[in-house]
Design a binder for this molecule. Structure first.
Ligand SMILES: [Ca+2]
Ligand SMILES: [Ca+2]
Length: 541
């Protein structure tokens, strides 16, 4: 039941102190002045971007700024550090980065308890540092997408401190209060928490009270916040927990119709006023529906099939073949795909799921980098980082492994890292992964072929067929068809593709030394694909 719900696990990092601060609700009524915050309206002022429209096709990197690169020796990653690593991301082939929350937070860790929606977490730097990051990223053809948390704020956010000061406060209706404790609710536990003069709704944690998104003033303030960042040149947003935005009752608290309307309105606002932006939603229990409402959504569920297919599971391979399409119940090409992310409910880091098996790891990576969809690479995935010796989500959020010790001028920090390092930092780090045959070079090579071939970069789904432990898929764009054959099995396999131009030549584009293949008079081809390998062809159409 409640605590088994995956999203609950996000909160493992929260300290008891924060909970006490929230539950105390300001100590039963503060006598001091209540805090204020910026509620000013923000008009559209699009500075534009120099990015090509293709940047939105990815691949993206999901980056935890706290864990990426420290620039000043305090052991905490920051925006200047990330800016210094942009060349690495460009070299990998990344065209967009999603930053987990960089706004000021109460948790000072994952950042999802936002205490100021219009400023940067002090340990990460300043607004000027963000502006520099965006400018430098754009110069490398990389867009910057921020995490935006609309469902809840921190309990320490001034809006909630006001709201919780008493039932007569002007901000009371910004949150969801009830004079008496409502009965019958059980989500990830009882979401109703003791506040001043009543109970407030906080689905994830007492320290993260839910906004009242039925209040138009709150919604328009959020839209002002979004414009605040868009006007600085930020390229879009990843929206957190969109399944939880509005509640209509104890049995109607998830994926409510209002959630889709809210996100659709934001999509219209951003798309109608700002050029070349990208939005993606996190709605784990309704990914396809949110892909429509938001423009893109993360393909929760699909990531397990990618992992299991690479292990040779035929059901998972069949699921991969049936995932993308145009029929109801299939995913659009705009779906955002991944192997794992920062939340343990999405799975351990890939290297831990594969228990060090790089052959399987490479197959999973190639599959999602060559399929339709917008791939999101979780930072360190490309070098096979394992988690840390930690429990819960923090084990997924260790410092990026740059060198074998990760300390010193080329490592994560010159000081003491804020968190334990990954358990395989000695072997799997950027420095050691420069070697031929490495996972990092595999990622670079697959991304390079994806970016070089239009049908692989943005081509639509044509067909995908599973047969035993093989997958054969085709994608197409104007003038080009791509054929991808993947053998997940432990022996060579004959993989077929059909519906191709008759008596044509399929030009091999991966692996680098691959042989071309010929279609027969019926437009069919069969290729012997070695065990655990990938072959990619293109043909003009
Ligand atoms: Ca720092
Ligand atoms: Ca909510």
């Amino acid at each position: 039941m409640s605590t088994s719900h995956p999203r609950f696990r996000r909160l493992a990092a929260f300290s008891a102190a924060l909970l006490l601060a929230a539950c105390g609700g300001g100590g039963g009524g503060s006598t001091g002045p209540l805090p204020s915050f910026d509620t000013s309206a923000v008009a559209v002022a699009d500075p534009g971007t120099a990015l090509s429209a293709d940047w939105r096709k990815g691949p993206f990197a999901e980056i935890f700024v706290r864990g990426y690169q420290d620039s000043d020796g305090d052991g905490i990653g920051d925006l200047k550090g990330l800016t210094n690593r942009l060349d690495y991301l460009k070299d990998l082939g990344i065209t967009g980065i999603w930053l987990m929350p960089i706004t000021r937070s109460q948790d000072h860790d994952h950042g999802y308890a936002v205490s100021d929606y219009r400023n940067v977490e002090a340990a990460y730097g300043s607004l000027a540092d963000l502006d520099t990051l965006v400018t430098q990223a754009h110069q490398r053809g990389i867009g910057v997408v921020l995490d935006y948390v609309m469902n809840h704020s921190a309990a320490q956010h001034p809006a909630f401190v006001n709201a919780n000061s008493g039932s007569g406060n002007a901000f009371r209706d910004w949150y969801v209060f009830s004079a008496s404790k409502p009965s019958g609710w059980s989500i990830y536990g009882d979401p109703w928490r003791n506040g001043n003069g009543g109970f407030y709704f906080a689905v994830f944690d007492a320290a993260m009270p839910d906004f009242n998104l039925k209040n138009p003033t709150v919604v328009s303030w959020h839209q002002d916040n979004l414009r605040f960042w868009l006007n600085r040149g930020v390229d879009g947003f990843r929206f957190d927990a969109v399944g939880n935005l509005v509640e209509n009752g104890p049995n109607a608290w998830e994926n409510q119709p209002e959630n889709f309307t809210l996100m659709g309105n934001i999509r219209d606002m951003v798309g109608g006023s700002y050029a070349n932006r990208f939005l993606v939603c996190e709605g784990p229990s309704a990914p396809l529906a949110f892909a429509t409402a938001c423009g893109s959504a993360f393909a929760f569920g699909h990531q397990s099939d990618l992992i299991n297919a690479a292990k040779g599971n035929t059901t998972a391979i069949s699921n991969l073949a049936n995932y993308f399409g145009t029929a109801p119940g299939t995913a659009p090409a705009t779906m955002s795909t991944m192997l794992s992310n920062h939340d343990s409910f999405a799975g351990d880091r890939a290297m831990d799921q594969f228990n060090g098996d790089e052959a399987q790891y490479k197959l999973a990576a190639a599959t999602y980098l060559l399929q339709p969809g917008t791939p999101f690479i979780y930072y360190g995935e490309e070098i096979g980082m394992r988690g840390g010796s930690l429990s819960g989500d923090p084990k997924l959020r260790t410092p990026m492994s740059w060198t074998s010790s990760n300390i010193g001028s080329s490592g994560f920090t010159t000081g003491t890292p804020f968190r334990a390092l990954s358990t395989n930092v000695a072997t799997n780090n950027v420095q050691s992964q420069q070697a031929a045959g490495s996972l990092l070079n595999w990622y670079k090579a697959v991304i390079a072929v994806r970016q070089a071939q239009p049908a692989l970069r943005g081509g639509a789904h044509v067909s995908a067929t599973a047969a035993g432990t093989t997958l054969s898929l085709q994608r197409e764009t104007v003038g080009q068809r791509a054929v991808v054959m993947i053998n997940y099995g432990s022996g060579a396999a004959l993989i077929s593709a059909g519906g191709l131009p008759a008596n044509g030549v399929l030009t091999s584009v991966f692996p680098p030394n691959g042989s071309n293949a010929n279609t027969d008079a019926g437009g069919n081809v069969s290729v012997s694909v070695p065990r655990q390998s990938v072959q990619v062809f293109v043909i003009a159409i």
